[in-house]
Design a binder for this molecule. Structure first.
Ligand SMILES: Cc1ncc(COP(=O)(O)O)c(C=O)c1O
Length: 439
């Protein structure tokens, strides 16, 4: 029996992240195996993965190609320092990612997570403004109901109260735009027709604080963790216009939407708007090894690197494990799978069936709203005595019924692997209905 399948005698010592620890430890949900579309639990049950892990296992579980690449890296090159030294795979991976990223976002900086990608992007934006002589631009603009990870930069620009309220005031000078989900958008299929003018909140912040105080504006093209808020038509384009007009760096946080989730390589492609910086992480290594990345435009890269003598470090930022060999080979193997199996095209083909299955839940009284785009969807459930209680109970009932999805409060988030077949979507929505109709 491997260490992965042996159930430990005590669960007490491990403090689990984003988990109700006492509740979990009283009735643990331990995963001991995963293959294809299914997990195996410590009780021996099969559970369908309806959320690609946490949006990251896009190519399905247990991919041999990735395991072999990782094994080879561990035996041939376990580690190489990323500061002042490199190894070939990270350069090749950057070339491959830059070939996919939109516009001139041709320079890739590695991190270990989405949170680190966000903080890296914010720091690059600030450094860029400084070297172009606008160091007074220190304000960062975020948005209500956004999730940008849990580090202090991302937390400051984010807009989910429970993630913020225990942890102080965040970075100074951060301001927020309104979120885009209007009451009239309830049960809207895909992109709402109304609400583009909410982007003018950025102009209002410019009018209030002065453009010359604002370094960057960060948004998720689709706000994912807060419950899949799809941008109104024209909204992102308007943000782009305002940023162009006032030299504000536009950052798209594509930690969820990068690599096919929308049926295009990036959310930027899906909505036809090219930002200056894109953050990514999930689906980069298919969830196998922690890795994030930040894609930066030629203009920003050239401006920052050319600002110092050739022998000087231009950006005092990086991580011990930035682009480490094992993550880079896992990412490269994942890119190969994406290309060979045409996963992005597959996601686009599967989307109509996915969205049809999702919106069919409109008939259940417990479902108060549905939102979806590409292979990403959410439904809100009517809360019970306290917010989140129903969500927690439903998650447990679904798990017992053989389905794993992500719950944020009382919102069910659904994002199956891009290798899903019709039968998996039928099973997913079938199990979901079995549980939701009893609510
Ligand atoms: C848009 C977005 N940004 C950042 C993050 C943080 O990523 P990580 O958990 O890898 O730090 C997430 C995670 O869900 C995310 O959805």
């Amino acid at each position: 029996m491997s260490n992965l399948t042996k159930v430990p005698n005590s669960l007490e010592q491990h403090w689990m992240p984003f988990t109700a620890n006492r509740h979990f430890k009283a009735n643990p949900r331990l995963i001991v195996g995963a293959k294809g579309m299914y997990y195996t639990t410590h009780r021996g049950d099969q559970v369908l993965d309806g959320s690609s892990g946490l949006f990251c296992v896009a190519a399905g579980h247990g991919r041999r190609e990735i395991a072999e690449a990782v094994h080879e890296a561990l035996t041939e090159l376990d580690y190489a320092p990323p500061f002042q030294f490199g190894h070939p795979v990270q350069f090749e991976l950057s070339r491959r990612i830059a070939a996919l990223t939109p516009g001139d976002l041709n320079h890739i900086f590695y991190t270990n997570s989405g949170s680190e990608s966000v903080d890296t992007a914010l720091k690059i934006a600030l450094a860029y403004q400084r070297v172009r002589g606008e160091g007074q631009r220190q304000r960062l603009v975020g948005r209500e109901r956004s999730y940008h990870g849990v580090n202090f930069g991302g937390l400051s620009v984010a807009g989910m109260v429970n993630n913020k309220k225990a942890f102080g005031l965040g970075l100074p000078g951060v301001v927020h735009m309104r979120h885009t989900h209007l009451p009239e958008h309830t049960f809207t299929f895909g992109q709402p027709e109304t609400g583009a003018e909410i982007a003018n909140d950025l102009q209002r912040l410019v009018d209030l604080h002065g453009a010359d105080s604002i370094a960057a504006c960060i948004v998720e093209p689709i706000a994912g963790s807060t419950g899949v808020l799809v941008p109104p038509k024209g909204y992102l384009k308007r943000l782009r216009e305002i940023c162009d007009q006032h030299h504000i760096v536009l950052i798209f946080d594509e930690v969820i939407t990068a690599f096919g989730r929308t049926g295009e390589h990036f959310g930027s492609d899906a909505f036809g708007v090219v930002p200056d910086i894109i953050t990514m992480a999930k689906a980069l290594t298919n969830g196998v090894v922690p890795m994030g990345a930040v894609a930066v435009s030629d203009r920003i890269y050239d401006t920052v690197t050319n600002a110092v003598p050739e022998t000087a470090v231009e950006l005092f930022h990086g991580y011990t494990y930035s682009g480490c060999p094992v993550a880079a080979v896992a990412a490269l193997a994942t890119r190969d799978i994406f290309a060979q199996e045409q996963l992005v095209e597959r996601a686009a083909k599967m989307t109509p069936k996915f969205l049809e299955g999702l919106y069919a839940f409109k008939d259940l009284p417990v479902v108060t709203d549905i939102r979806g785009y590409g292979m990403l969807g959410a439904m809100d459930l009517a809360p019970t005595e306290a917010p989140g209680l129903r969500g927690l109970a439903v998650m447990q009932q679904l798990y017992d019924a053989g389905l794993m999805v992500k719950l944020t409060g009382d919102s069910v988030l659904i994002s199956p692997p891009l290798v899903s077949e019709d039968k998996h979507l039928d099973e997913l929505f079938g199990k979901l209905r079995e549980v939701l109709k009893t609510q």
